[in-house]
Design a protein around this ligand. Sequence first.
Ligand code: R5P
Length: 300
Amino acid sequence: MVNKVVVTNLNTCEKIAKKISKGIDCEYMKTEVSTFPDGDLYLKFKGDVKGKKVIIVETFQPNSTKAMMDIIFAANAAKQQGAKKVVVCAPYLAFMRQDKMFNPGECVSAPIMAKLFNENVDKLLTVDPHLHRILKMKDVFTIPAKNLTANSVIGEFVARRYKTSKKNLMIMGPDWESYQWADEIAKIVGVKDTVLHKDRHSARNVDVKLTEEVDLKNKTIVIVDDIISTGNTMIKACIKSRKLGAKKVIAIGVHGLFVENALKKMDKHFDEIFSVNTLDHPTNKIDVSPVFIEELSKRI
Ligand code: R5P
């Protein structure tokens, strides 16, 4: 048992935090998070953090703004009580999509979120963050901020689940950014992949087309993406696959936000829909804990 390390969670991720503590062989400590009668945040560690490295596991859903505040208060409280180092494991890191001013007067949230981490936390580990206009974590984070990937756990899941249909299996990325998931997952499973081109006309309206000639006839297509939000990207990719003769179409999202009835809409098109448990959702079938355990085992 590693004595100088303690793992805790705040409002979310209790199961993941417990698995991580077991996986890296250190103490799991409960933290009470509630509110005072006037609504102020109340936070209490149920154990001693003095001289320890404190690992806070917390995801930014269902309430990203609250999660941000809870993390900042917890990190500072740990330091007030003599913690040596605070590491945050955030399976889903919010605010990354607000990475530019889309309309005059709007808040550019991503660098503000990063600044709060930079000023209050020693290290951040997250999974498949949305890096688009911000190309690297280093562009906004000055602390060590590592983007881990769920590719290994998704790849193992797909390989296990579709073992018998492997010769007809193909992995698909619905837009060019998703090549990083499609390519790697396909390699793990030992099948081919293809990546579509996506035109986004608005937040809810996208179109996709093939970028190469591929034969999808009678194939089982597993479409993988980092975020499933309105589900429209996935649905368009599914419709395209069916038109080209795909027999079975499966959706896998790392972060299953499923906003605006996305799951209900997607259900009509897909044979199966899964997500990684970076945030709580009924489609969670793939556990992210091993990704954190592997990283924390290397450097503890
Ligand atoms: C965009 O670049 C992301 O990788 C996802 O494709 C996007 O966030 C999905 O959004 P929606 O589900 O609303 O189409």
